[in-house]
Design a protein around this ligand. Sequence first.
Ligand code: NAD
Length: 342
Amino acid sequence: MLVCCRTAPLADASLSPKLLSSVSCVDHSRVSGLPCAPHSPPLTALLQICTVSMFGAVVVGVGTAGRVRIRDMLAPLPGSPAEKLNVRGFISRRSLDPQQGVSQISVEEAKSREDIHAAFICTENALHEDYIRSFLQAGKHVCVEYPMTMSYKAAAELWDLAQEKGVILHEEHIELLTEDFKELKKEVEGKILQEGTLQFTGGVLKPGFGFQAFSGIARLTWLVELFGELSVTAATMEEDSGTNYSKLIAKLLTSDNRPLTWIEERGPGLPRAKNINFHFDSCTLTQIPPAPSGAVGIFMQDMIQFSAKLAGQVSPEELQREKTRILHCLQLAERIQQLCQS
Ligand code: NAD
């Protein structure tokens, strides 16, 4: 008897390859004879996730992040699901020679080729939304460097589109994969926060990276991962266009009404640094615990997470948890922007 693939969980290994191949070219409702769960991916996309053994990928935008993506796909961590990714080309607004032996191709070619299943969006932030939408619409999986978009609404729409198309939408979050952050998380676990501050300083961003609450989403994500869902009570932005200096101050509250302050300061010559001051009932943390670099690079760790999703190795619960966190952070960023601009 044939079962309804839509009602099976994404990572359900009980669907044998034989069954999957037997239903791959028939209409879903004819296969199941059952009403479909509307939130589930279409059958064809589900089959792609379950049965494709190698995933062809393109890299869009060849800056710092794009080059790392090409490098990591050319030399994936042995034995990891990242070995399932094959870089088939890169896309750039510039006309470039091959990069690390990989050739340039057009967006149209990437979207139409059947041996290309996924796109890494590594452009400046302002261009993420359009590229993501275009690749999702073509039925391709997408890995986008953070922040996904410059608005909560756009990100929510893109998640819906990914779900409708039955493909993976993954937002890179390398800041959660550093050894420093892993140590900090261990330190914070089990402690009761009274109040805290996270201050970031860094150089001036190039054009196209957007409002600081979005370009600095990594700091917001740290706070949400450490202290749970937050709300915004106030936000201000000090800017001097003459000197390119900016300082964002956002006042946040935990669900237990504990105050947190996030400061994002950028200006010419400012060192890239993060400072913390977290007061707990039992102690105060004023330094991010130093930790030696991990054996696996942070972009590689992220690529392994993305490819594990493509291979159906990540549970629906984990996918949902991540989506909830990402959308929550984007919602906070949007609220901070509104308060700064009102
Ligand atoms: P980047 O400035 O190096 O590149 C950004 C874009 O500019 C790319 O599309 C690239 O093709 C283009 N570009 C680069 N040099 C160019 C040139 N000479 N002429 C014309 N175009 C050029 O930025 P990045 O650091 O790679 O960031 C890309 C994305 O990755 C952003 O969304 C960023 O938030 C995210 N990200 C980057 C890092 C990182 O460590 N670099 C970390 C996390 C997230």
